[in-house]
Design a protein around this ligand. Structure first.
Ligand code: ADP
Ligand code: MG
Length: 589
């Protein structure tokens, strides 16, 4: 957990600013605008920078928040404090609606989709009679507490910055939790997150709602600062600008959103006030200069200004070690040792004209190590994908403990106690090893997003991190626990994936080329670990090209060639099988 001390210092600073003698009122106006913009940008950080969902439509949600309170306080005389939850609920509900249609889009279609609703909603705001069409709604009451009416920019300043700081805290709490790890995994694609039980459409919808509620909060504050609303600030152009702000500040960082807002609001103001003095009569030239400056800034700090600034601080590689005495509940095991854990029967997978897996059958018993070998392109990884539900078989069937799981999605397969690693490592590089591994325990935790934001998840969280730490120690990476996963060697990253898979408390572990990139000593340690796991009752199915490693480790070997099983047996029989020698091992083996 990160220290919250810097936030307290920041909050104290912001609280002191209005009391600085001689503070120009104009600066306070500027800070109000920065705060309002920061709220929207913070939502985009979560949505775009962390979740990988690009949205050009965020300004529309500011509009929902602003128009909700504008309408209800003027036409129906409701108190602004009563309309606050309503503004947030309206923004949130519309995010569910727009999110449900948009989040399933991928690639370029998602940003285009958000742009489309950004444009559409702008026209809706400007055409609806009860929202005042292009003139909007005016005479909105100010916020007030008792007889204190927040009429000046200096008085609503506190409301705005309390909102910014609380939102930053809640957002950071969310990111630093079970749900937050699921959200942060989204950017690396669905496959890895889903393999550990994350319901990715739900996680995406959640960030959509979170971002929309923050935008709605900004809109609510805006309406009571300006005391009038019209459609202009809620159009697609504003939506593009918000995204830009998040990117300039550093789209992966909550404080990047705040910093980006400060940079852009101040830069715009400076250009608007000083450029006409340098270049009189030049009209729109500030827009051009503004654009050039921002592009230059992004050249200097391509990941955004916040991470660029942070890179000057010493890197944190140490952290608090979780209390490993805390335990999660273990999976109930079926009695007896002679169970057929996994049964693959005539599984077939065709990609167009290529038959990647051709009527392959084999079994894995409880407590044995089975190796799946064969030349590149033989269909080994595809077989893994069929077993784990990433792909569904064209025909044939797959059963786990006698139960058919042919059509089950990855989230259901992992619940049955089957976990895996990937041939092409799928870790989140800018998360620590500990955080990455904890994703493996996702299904063994229970805390939801609200509990996480309010820090009511700490007991649950401590157990998840304890489990992750224990598995990291077990695979021998205790010293790297607090390093970013992306900074490890590829071989070590494969081992991190094994620790993540072990966090599932699996009955069957599927390892796709786990020894690739490991040194001799590391391979021996891995072999020892896998033997220990087997002796503890776990089954392992592994794909590996290092024949020395496989022959010494496996109880049984299944050989694939061009998608077809050509042999199965003990290492001794496979070594001497003429067909296997011809297809894969070669004469030298
Ligand atoms: P292996 O892991 O044994 O090297 P794979 O299972 O990755 O082999 O691939 C088997 C065959 O299926 C290859 O010809 C590969 O090109 C093809 N293949 C694998 N995945 C896909 C896919 N998603 N789409 C199309 N073809 C694929
Ligand atoms: Mg493969």
């Amino acid at each position: 957990m990160q220290s919250r001390l810097p936030i307290l210092i920041f909050a104290a600073l912001m609280a002191a600013i209005p009391f600085v003698p001689g503070m120009p009122p104009f600066w306070i106006v500027l800070l109000d605008n920065i705060g309002l913009t920061a709220l929207v940008a913070m939502g985009l950080v979560l949505l775009t920078g962390v979740g990988g969902l690009t949205s050009f439509g965020q300004a529309a949600f500011v509009g929902f928040g602003a128009y909700t309170t504008a309408l209800l306080t003027t036409a129906y005389g409701l108190s602004p404090w009563l309309t606050l939850p309503l503004s947030l609920v309206v923004s949130g509900l519309l995010a569910v609606l727009l999110g449900l249609v948009t989040v399933r889009l991928s690639g370029h279609y998602l940003p285009l989709g958000t742009l489309a609703w950004g444009l559409g909603l702008f026209y809706l705001f400007s055409k609806l009679e009860f929202l005042g069409r292009n003139d909007g709604i005016s005479a909105i009451p100010p916020l007030s507490i008792g007889t204190f009416r927040m009429l000046s920019p200096g008085s609503i300043y506190f409301a705005i910055w309390v909102a910014v700081i609380l939102s930053a805290l809640l957002t950071m709490n969310l990111l630093d939790s079970r749900t937050g790890r699921a959200i942060r995994a989204l950017r690396r694609g669905h496959v890895a997150a889903e393999a550990f039980g994350v319901h990715t459409p739900r996680a995406k919808l959640l960030v959509f709602i979170h971002a929309a509620v923050l935008a709605g909060l900004s809109g609510w504050l805006y309406a009571h600062l300006q005391r009038a609303v019209n459609p202009t600030p809620f159009g697609a152009q504003a939506g593009i600008e918000y995204l830009f702000i998040a990117v300039v500040g550093g789209a992966g960082y909550v404080w990047g959103g705040v910093l980006g807002a400060a940079i852009v609001v101040i830069l715009k103001e400076v250009l608007q006030s000083y450029l006409p003095l340098i270049l009189p009569g030049s009209g729109q030239v500030e827009t051009i200069v503004f654009g050039i400056l921002l592009v230059a800034l992004l050249q200097l700090a391509p990941g955004g200004v916040w991470p660029w600034l942070m890179s000057f601080l010493p890197e944190r590689t140490a952290g608090r070690k979780p209390d490993t005495s805390l335990k999660l509940e273990a999976r109930p095991r079926p009695p007896g040792q002679s169970n057929v854990l996994l049964q693959v029967e005539k599984a077939r997978k065709q990609f167009g004209g290529v038959v990647a897996v051709n009527n392959v059958s084999f079994e894995v018993q409880a407590g044995e190590i089975v190796a799946l070998i064969g030349p590149n392109g033989a269909g080994k990884s595809t077989t893994f994908n069929l077993i784990t539900g990433v792909l569904s078989a064209s025909s044939g069937s797959i059963s786990v403990l006698g139960r058919k799981v042919d059509r089950a999605p990855p989230q259901e397969i992992v619940k049955l106690g089957i976990s895996r690693t990937f041939q092409h490592v799928k870790l989140v590089p800018d998360m620590t090893v500990l955080e990455n591994v904890a994703i493996g325990a996702h299904l063994r935790g229970h805390s939801g997003p609200l509990a996480s934001m309010l820090r009511l998840d700490r007991a649950d969280e401590a157990k998840l991190l304890a489990e992750a730490a224990r598995q990291i120690e077990r695979v021998g990476l205790a010293d790297q626990m607090h390093q970013l996963a992306g900074s490890l060697s590829l071989g070590q990253q494969r081992i991190v994936e094994i620790a993540r898979a072990l966090c599932v408390d699996p009955m069957l572990l599927l390892l796709d080329e786990p020894a690739a990139g490991l040194r001799h000593m590391e391979k021996q340690q891995l072999a020892k670990l896998l033997r220990d796991l087997r002796d503890g009752g776990m089954s392992v199915l592994l794909v590996e090209h290092d024949m020395g490693f496989v022959m010494n480790l496996a109880d049984r070997i299944v050989v694939l060639d061009f998608g077809t099983k050509i042999a199965e047996g003990t290492p001794a029989t496979i070594k001497t099988n003429p067909e296997v020698i011809k297809a894969y091992l070669g004469v030298a083996a």
